[in-house]
Design a protein around this ligand. Structure first.
Ligand code: HDE
Length: 709
């Protein structure tokens, strides 16, 4: 555009014709302006209409900028302040709205309003997260996942700020900064990002035997979930339910996914992080947007103080579980996520979970980790959200009425009305809210006494028995994955003495595991077992509830098949695949040589959702290779096509194929090894049996072939 033209365009834009505009009253008394064409007019934050958002105000077209350009200054000033501190842990997260529905009254145990009536629906907001990585890190880090639930009950907000693993690394909150410093990137070099595979982490945990149970969990496939939708959640600590008579019952909270448990394999996780670092958030977004609403059941393990005394561990120790086989998990309601956020920052980033947010009918216990958390979360929100009024942000505000005398502070959006801002006062009905001894929150009057001392109770001393119980409860495949994970991580640890120290702890867990790891590291000598404060109990029974594979889904619903298509691919088979998948509730995603799509054998056109190099098989739960004799000829030369097949095989996926795909399978080096997990598709019937096989998720029988060491 010539200078003259651009000047006249600018003049045209500057000529605002007020008669063309309507001034409307928005809610809250704000005004906003609309142009004749119905579009809203861009304004400053002060509501002043903007005539030109392309050029700063200058003295002459090539001259200096004028300081009086308030629109420019406001815009840049606001941009400069867009970021708030990311969470010190759990920085990377993703959230959605939904509701919790109570199955039946739990009045016998708790007076919490949300548990009084069957069918009661309580609005919920749930944020899933990784722990160690920063906000921009990848989703499939080997890590614990946060599972934080905010329930907007009629008696205030209740936050269950849990994880996808029911135990924790440490027993006392005072060690949390050390744990997190050790897990995060090392402070001098600022790497590695979002992973525990480095010296500092393993140095710390190997000096903290209390963390060994948690180490078993994070080295298991629990730390690489397939989806947020396929992981369990846990409140971790023992909490109390308190009924209307003041009777207390201990409780452990569990979220059980309706989708069943599923994880990916490690080599797959590493590749997913490259192919789609947003894998988990995209999965949640897609599921909700397609109407396939993720669902979990809330379960409770309920027991009283006398029963708790019978365990030989302490229910206040967050490094211990109560096996489900000993205290069954009673389903009490369901959580459904059915709405994505309108805006990530406003909701997911600004949501402030606090363990101290509990409602009448729920109470804390003396778990020293929980007690420490109750201080930390409020404090961290003040830093992150910049002031004490973060409950004024809509995502954090209760949805029930609230009245108090707290006032002022940064960004106060509402202050108490009227003259009285203190209590007691004698302003009668206009004097504002009053406390209610009957309806208000009352702490459970636990009797406490003792010396003031810094000490760990003797009942917290057994660090190995449950670590062992977890290990022996896994299938052989899962046990191998754990050994592989430990070897992988320790192989990134530079100091040999740290590796050896870890093995010395593993000897107290399971000798077979220690041996596998020692061999995997090529240790030349087995160390002596670590000194144990208490000997490992070997009589604890296996707990099948601890295995992922034993608790997998029963159908292939909600999962995704990647179908690799070329021109000339069999249209009937493709159609049959779509029908069979639809009947099962499985998604089908097309992967094609070019995103524009392919022409099938009947001349019909199918668009590609992914171009082959953007849609590797790691993004799918199972694959189908549907090529034509002609199409395969060029694809055998394409490395990403070969990887598609080779990876699907290595990751134990069910592979559907036709004869035409053989040259590609040959090139990928798997033609000679085809097994029962590779299903030849000949007819519509064979497609149904392919889908039925896929229900098993992976063809575990192949593992000894692809991972012989
Ligand atoms: Fe947290 N944790 N934590 N944590 N945690 C935070 O609060 C802390 C612990 C958990 O999606 C922080 O808002 C201490 C156990 C989740 O916004 C911070 C201790 C469990 C989330 C904090 C623990 C958790 C957090 C950082 C040891 C599982 C993300 C940002 C005593 C039961 C919530 C924030 C979200 C976040 C402190 C241990 C779960 C610093 C001191 C155990 C899911 O306050």
């Amino acid at each position: 555009m010539s200078q003259e033209n651009s000047k006249s365009a600018q003049h045209q834009r500057t000529k605002v014709n007020y008669s063309d505009q309507e001034v409307e009253q928005g809610h809250g008394g704000e005004t906003h302006q609309t142009a004749a064409d119905g579009n809203q007019i861009l304004t400053t934050q002060q509501g002043i209409p903007v005539s030109d958002d392309q050029n700063t105000l200058k003295i002459g077209s090539r001259g200096p900028s004028a300081l009086e350009d308030f629109h420019f200054r406001e815009k840049i000033f606001h941009f400069d302040h867009e970021r708030i501190p990311e969470r010190v842990v759990h920085a990377r997260g993703y959230a959605a709205h939904g509701y919790f529905e109570t199955y039946e009254s739990l009045a016998e145990y708790s007076s919490a309003d949300l548990f009084q009536r069957a069918g009661e629906k309580t609005p919920a907001f749930v944020r899933f997260s990784t722990v160690a990585g920063n906000k921009g890190s990848f989703d499939l880090a080997r890590d614990v996942r946060g599972f934080a639930v905010k329930l907007y009950t009629k008696e205030g907000n209740w936050d269950i700020v849990g994880n996808n693993i029911p135990v924790f690394f440490i027993q006392d909150a005072i060690k949390f900064p050390d744990l997190i410093h050790a897990a995060k990137p090392e402070p001098d070099r600022a790497f590695p990002q979002a992973q525990t595979a480095h010296d500092n982490f393993w140095d710390f945990v190997s000096l903290m035997p209390e963390s060994i149970h948690m180490i078993m969990w994070i080295m298991s496939d629990r730390a690489i979930p397939r989806s947020f939708r396929t992981m369990e959640g846990f409140g971790v600590h023992t909490f109390r339910l308190v009924n209307a008579e003041g009777k207390s019952t201990f409780v452990k909270f569990h979220w059980k996914p309706k989708q069943g448990l599923q994880s990916v394999v490690w080599n797959e996780a590493v590749k997913i992080n490259g192919a789609d670092p947003d894998f988990h958030r995209r999965d949640l977004w897609d599921a909700i947007q397609s109407g396939d609403y993720p669902e979990w059941e809330l379960g409770m393990q309920l027991f009283d103080e006398d029963f708790a005394e019978k365990f030989d561990f302490d229910v206040l120790d967050a490094t211990k579980i109560i096996p489900e086989e000993e205290v069954p998990v009673r389903p009490v309601g369901r959580l459904v996520l059915n709405r994505v956020v309108d805006n990530f920052f406003a909701e997911t980033e600004q949501v402030a979970f606090c363990t101290q947010n509990i409602v009448p009918g729920i109470d804390f216990t003396n778990d020293p980790l929980l007690q420490g958390r109750n201080f930390s979360y409020l404090d961290t929100q003040l830093k992150r959200l910049g002031g004490p009024n973060f409950t004024h942000i809509p995502i954090n505000a209760p949805k029930c009425p609230f009245h108090h005398f707290q006032q002022d502070g940064h960004m106060a959006m509402h202050n108490p009305k009227g003259r009285a801002n203190y209590e007691p006062n004698s302003w009668g009905a206009e004097g504002g809210p009053r406390e209610s001894p009957t309806k208000g929150f009352t702490s459970y009057p636990a009797h406490e006494s003792g010396y003031k001392e810094r000490i760990r109770p003797e009942s917290f001393a057994d660090h190995y028995s449950q670590a062992r119980q977890f290990y022996i409860s896994q299938t052989a495949v899962e046990q191998n994955h754990m050994a592989d994970a430990i070897v992988f991580e320790l192989s990134k640890v530079e100091r040999p003495d740290i590796r050896v120290r870890v093995v010395s702890h593993l000897l107290n867990v399971d000798e077979g595991l220690a041996k596998k790891v020692a061999e995997g590291l090529r240790l030349q000598e087995m160390p002596a077992p670590a000194k144990a404060a208490k000997p490992t109990r070997k009589d604890l029974k296996e707990s099948p509830a601890l295995s992922i594979i034993k608790n997998g889904p029963e159908s292939f619903k909600g999962r995704k098949i990647g179908v690799f298509l070329s021109d000339g691919a069999d249209s009937e088979l493709f159609k049959a695949l779509q029908d069979a998948a639809k009947a099962e509730g499985t998604m089908v995603e097309t992967v094609t040589p070019m995103v524009g799509g392919v022409k099938l054998s009947d001349g019909s056109w199918v668009e590609g959702k992914q171009k082959i190099d953007g849609g590797p098989s790691v993004l799918y739960d199972a694959v189908v290779i549907l090529l034509s004799d002609e199409g395969v000829k060029t694809l055998v030369k394409e490395p990403t096509a070969r990887d598609f097949v080779a990876d699907a095989f290595a990751h134990l996926k069910f592979i559907g194929y036709t004869d035409a795909a053989m040259p590609l399978l040959q090139k990928a080096g798997i033609a000679e090894s085809l097994d029962e997990g590779c299903i030849k598709l000949q007819s519509a019937d064979s497609l149904s049996s392919y889908i039925v096989s896929c229900r098993k998720l992976r063809f575990w029988g192949r593992e000894s072939e692809v991972d012989p060491v």
